[in-house]
Design a protein around this ligand. Sequence first.
Ligand code: COA
Length: 333
Amino acid sequence: MTSVRRAKITALGTYVPPRVLSNFDLEKMVDTTNEWILERTGIRERHLVDKGVAASDLAVEAAKICLANRGIDAKEVECIIVGTVTPDMMYPSTACLVQHKLGIPNTWGFDISAGCSGFLFSLTTGAKFIESGQYKKVLVIGADVNSSMIDYKDRATCIIFGDGAGAVLLEPTEDGEQVGIIDHVHQVEGVGGQYLYMPGGGSLHPTSKETVEQNMHVVHQDGQNVFKYAVKKMSEMTVKVLSRNHLTGSDVDCFIAHQANRRIIVATAERLKMPMDKVIINIEKYGNTTAGTIPLAMQTALDEGKLKKGNNVLLAAVGAGFTSGATLLKWAY
Ligand code: COA
């Protein structure tokens, strides 16, 4: 019997830089309290890079762990896709830098800019190359150094973000194997660009003395509007991908959502009538690492014994753009 060729995740690797910035550290930097941050976001601490460490460095560390977990040499990777909005520089792409640092002689690769949906968009793109038969080993990475563009005087924004990365290896399913990525839904709605953006340094506002003086090289966020959209959209996308596969929240064994705010994840789980023991939340330790959150949460799920072969896994994300998506898969190992 031949079956549909799907992409399956065969290994995972994650990395966060060692330095920790706690809520108590933030109390000394801006007018905030540990209680406010915990209650409004669920975050206790986040990891930040030291000066000189960039997104490609985090990506490479996560990729090395992923490949070691799979037991293969980096030379076998045929394509590298990096979801990031904090690339080392405007160009070359982070994927090129990762290729060079890993020493892969023969590979293709590119970056995907989709804010906090960056990992999901990259995963879907990688899966298409596997499903088409073009490639057998695609490395999908989500990596962000948010601290490089956060205003540590803006108390409503600086408390949320952290730095981190995760990588998964995608490979084709064997004949008759019932695991892997089943379906996905994605959307972009540019009207949301005004609520979460980093205006300076692009072709519209090239870096100048004025852009620096006007604080245009940091993240600008209207938290309430982003919050409202995220709650609405995460529910909408997850319901859509489940219902078109004739499933409900009770069929899901593990829900892994982008970690932006604990309240957004809980609201989505409630809408799906999903018990909280199936919902992965690790925002307390890492904050919002943008494209890093979903692989970091996958690692937490594995560590907690909540991801087993054949489990129905639901992934979901909403991010700057606005961008959004939900992915349904059966865990493969
Ligand atoms: N400490 C103490 N008070 C703070 C604060 C902080 N760190 N940040 C904001 N406040 C204050 C505000 O100034 C406001 O005070 P005011 O009523 O006197 O004007 C009050 O708290 C409420 O502000 P509000 O913006 O309504 O808070 P909130 O409950 O919406 O929480 C966020 C703010 C940013 C945590 C929340 O909106 C959020 O998580 N948004 C989504 C962000 C996100 O997901 N971004 C990534 C996209 S994927």
